[in-house]
Ligand binder design. Structure first.
Ligand SMILES: [Zn+2]
Length: 149
């Protein structure tokens, strides 16, 4: 299987789920449901920093190793209109101190390690909002879209 295909499947999984944390093996299994694949080979590719960078830049998909050793997969695709963005910005602000405001992943006791205080586009901290460092920019962009900017 070529690596484009692997990235495409991770992107599809991220889009379906928005955000998920599982062992990398399980994520690979979910991305390749119903197929027989070489999980070790795919895992080798996905663990590479270069692959994770490519996913983030070209596939709107964040993948990284969590403190627990599991992997986090996040879809960073943004809506192209203010109305949809407003629905997302209000829906995602649940459980705000223990969950990422952007992707909604609940970190519970890992929140102090994995989440950071969100900032406005001009760098002002928003104390009521926590985000993954990797979600911070997408969260700012989503809010700008929601404001019609
Ligand atoms: Zn997040």
């Amino acid at each position: 299987m070529d690596s484009q295909e692997i990235l495409r499947k991770m992107q599809r999984l991220a889009r379906e789920l928005q955000a998920i944390r599982r062992p990398l093996d399980v994520l690979i299994g979910l991305a390749h449901r119903g197929e027989t694949v070489d999980k070790a080979a795919i895992s080798n590719i996905l663990r590479r920093e270069a692959t994770q960078r490519k996913l983030a830049l070209n596939w709107e998909t964040v993948l990284y190793r969590h403190t627990t050793g599991q992997y986090v997969l996040i879809c960073t695709a943004l809506p192209d209109n203010a109305k949809d963005a407003q629905i997302l910005t209000t829906r995602r602000l649940i459980n705000s101190r223990e969950a990422c405001a952007f992707c909604g992943l609940v970190e519970n006791s890992f929140a102090p390690i994995e989440l950071t205080v969100a900032t406005s586009p001009v760098g002002i901290p928003i104390q009521s909002e926590r985000v993954h460092p990797r979600c911070a920019l997408s969260w700012q962009r989503l809010k700008l879209i929601a404001e019609g900017k």
